[in-house]
Design a protein around this ligand. Structure first.
Ligand SMILES: [Mn+2]
Length: 313
């Protein structure tokens, strides 16, 4: 029996996930919403979203997301979020609810009365898929598309080292349920606004390779958003362009924020653990993909990352 679906009553339910949700957080939360809807169980889906949801995720049923959460819920279902601060403005509501249920694949989530987690799973949608199967719930096309989205984005289109036998097994079952792999992939990876492509060429020009550490670093400045007339939510794909550099094993993209601080994204293509590096800045994630926020300068960040790579060697 599924621990997750066992516990749902006709109580008040909030479905949420990490701030500025990605394909996995949105895909898992919305798949869960569709299931509750089909069971006639009411729920609200809310996230702390700065700006708009990236257009490359608008194939998901994002119309199910509401802007107004109530002050208190009996159950709060949290997807793809390893610590409560990452809920942003929804943290307070979550922590005063009767019960927090965390469904996740991060390493040891630091909160949750009930945890349905597997840090070896490639995506949260994979963890949710297992629960759906063990609860004997039917997966229709819309649910399949949501689950597939998390699987595609968190495995980098089935290419990251977390892509294993089970991932393909689930993907193939989702295809059987009607998942539209081609159109989802095209929307996520093949539909980049022209302005973002122009910014990409600028970011590629800025790449620096540090041979000793096999590290590549590039950056997006705050003024770039104005110059290229683009929202920060539209450039999540840039880290994937940077990590293509053959001479590198680790890629770092720094994105300057309104307050001049930086958000860093890290990718590793070897056994080197970038989750550990992100944690030096108070961030987190996974071995092959992680992120952090810091008030340090670009030079300071780069030095710290280089040192961390050398200490893992
Ligand atoms: Mn995830």
């Amino acid at each position: 029996m599924s621990e997750l679906f066992n516990n749902i009553g006709n109580s008040s339910n909030l479905i949420t996930g990490h701030i500025n949700p990605d394909g996995d957080a949105l895909g898992s939360a919305l798949a869960f919403k569709l299931i509750l809807d089909s069971k006639g169980i009411s729920s609200d889906v809310c996230f702390d979203i700065k700006g708009n949801i990236p257009s490359n995720l608008n194939h998901l049923p994002i119309n199910l997301i509401s802007n107004n959460a109530m002050n208190k819920y009996e159950n709060v279902y949290v997807f793809d979020c390893g610590n409560s601060e990452r809920l942003g403005s929804l943290e307070e509501i979550a922590l005063k609810s009767d019960q927090v249920i965390v469904i996740d694949h991060h390493i040891e989530p630091s909160f949750g009365d009930i945890q349905v987690i597997d840090s070896t799973a490639a995506s949260t949608t994979q963890v949710l898929y297992r629960e759906i199967i063990s609860a004997d719930i039917e997966i229709d096309k819309n649910i399949a598309n949501c689950l597939m989205t998390g699987l595609i984005t968190d495995t980098g289109r089935f290419q990251y080292s977390n892509t294993d036998y089970e991932v393909f097994q689930i993907a193939s079952k989702l295809m059987l349920s009607g998942a539209e792999l081609t159109s989802i992939s095209d929307n996520i990876y093949g539909s980049i606004p022209m302005n973002a492509i122009k910014l990409q060429s600028e970011v590629l020009n800025r790449i620096k390779l540090f041979d000793d550490e096999e590290l590549v670093v590039s950056y997006v400045l705050h003024e770039d958003y104005k110059k290229f007339n683009i929202e920060s939510s539209e450039i999540d794909f840039l880290i994937d362009s940077i990590r293509l550099v053959k001479e590198s094993n680790v890629a770092l993209l720094l994105k300057e924020q309104d307050d001049k601080s930086f958000k860093g994204s890290l990718r590793s293509r070897t056994k080197l653990d970038v989750q550990k590096i992100a944690s030096l800045f108070g961030g987190g994630g996974h071995k092959a993909a992680s992120g952090f926020s810091t008030a340090l300068s670009m030079d300071e960040i780069t030095t710290k990352v280089k040192n961390a790579i050398r200490s893992q060697a």
